[in-house]
Design a protein around this ligand. Structure first.
Ligand SMILES: Cc1cc2nc3c(=O)[nH]c(=O)nc-3n(C[C@H](O)[C@H](O)[C@H](O)COP(=O)(O)OP(=O)(O)OC[C@H]3O[C@@H](n4cnc5c(N)ncnc54)[C@H](O)[C@@H]3O)c2cc1C
Ligand code: FES
Length: 282
């Protein structure tokens, strides 16, 4: 069992951070890798990136957005409760190297995935400029952590309530126009990652994205997470989750992510119903 050691709610409770005791995973975890977790014995397995890890304390950190049944169920767990299974570290670690200037662009909960990668590129000796965006100020996460992990951190919101009024791609365009950028890392919602890669393609700047394909086993056996990259089929769980964004078929990824809307809705409705019934008994 994997005990929850801390719980912090962010972005008006829509995002939750947990530190979990997982000594064997913490010993091996690298930036860019993820875990597959199952909240309870009958639960489904979901992938979540390790936002941080501490091999000495034997802990890993996850930061997740509550979007459906399993993330809502996970949010009900409190400090001292345990998660049934946590398997990992899975996926390929980010290839961290000294390149020069690296721009890290994060949108929404993607900032949580981006944080250890940003810190890793800075520790590798790069000039790291991060751009963190969200729809509005209250939904921004990890501003302080990203500022500490980068050489320079720029904030933007769609409604102008904090930082630059507009999209992260506007700020990225300025940086691309102004000077030499050696690598862009874009992590966030699929439309955002696609917009970042469409922009950097024009400047011929290498761009890495992290793909959130639907996963079941996370170990390359079920084929559920297949994505097309450079015209070839890849499994996001073992060949990724990071890929060259200029090669990714984003249309296919979007279509595959929308494969089970009725089942997801049904599952969430049943969970809500069960929660209400349990509350009524108290
Ligand atoms: C490698 C990887 C790392 C991820 N890291 C994070 C993270 O750090 N923080 C975070 O908030 N989210 C992360 N995600 C997305 C997260 O796994 C989904 O939000 C979660 O599975 C939703 O489950 P649900 O039951 O709450 O929602 P549901 O209602 O079941 O689904 C909502 C949406 O989430 C996606 N989804 C559903 N099931 C899965 C699944 N088994 N695998 C992948 N996507 C699924 C689908 O697009 C679906 O439409 C990651 C995904 C991948 C592939
Ligand atoms: S999740 Fe099964 S092959 Fe990747």
């Amino acid at each position: 069992m994997y005990t929850i050691l801390s719980k912090r709610e962010m972005a008006q409770g829509t995002v939750v951070e947990n530190v979990i005791s997982a000594p064997r995973i913490a010993k091996k975890a690298q930036p860019g890798q993820f875990v597959m977790l199952r909240v309870n014995e009958t639960g489904e397995r979901i992938p979540l990136t390790m936002a941080d890890s501490d091999p000495e304390k034997g802990t890993i950190k996850i930061i997740y957005q509550v979007v459906g049944k399993t993330t809502a169920l996970l949010k009900t767990l409190e400090v001292g409760d345990a998660i049934q299974d946590v398997a990992g570290p899975l996926g390929k670690a980010t290839h961290l190297e000294k390149l020069g200037t690296v721009v890290c662009v994060g949108g929404g909960t993607g900032v949580a995935v981006l944080h250890p990668i940003t810190r890793g590129f800075k520790e590798a000796g790069n000039n790291v400029i991060s751009i963190c965006g969200s729809r509005t100020k209250d939904l921004l996460i990890l501003e302080e952590e990203m500022a500490a992990a980068s050489t320079e951190c720029q904030i933007c919101t769609d409604d102008g309530s904090c930082g630059y009024h507009g999209f992260g791609t506007d700020l990225l365009k300025k940086l691309l126009d102004d000077g030499k950028v050696d690598l862009v890392v874009g992590i966030g919602p699929v439309p955002m990652m696609r917009a970042v890669t469409n922009l950097t393609r024009k400047y011929n700047v290498r761009t890495m994205v992290s793909l959130n394909a639907i996963m079941v086993d996370g170990t390359g056996m079920c084929g559920c997470c297949r994505v097309t990259v450079g015209g070839k089929t890849r499994f996001a769980c073992v060949d990724g989750p990071e890929f060259d964004g200029h090669e990714v078929d984003f249309d296919e990824l979007m279509t595959r992510l929308r494969s089970y809307p009725d089942q997801e809705k049904d599952s969430m409705n049943r969970f809500d119903h069960q929660c209400r019934a349990e509350a009524a008994l108290k």
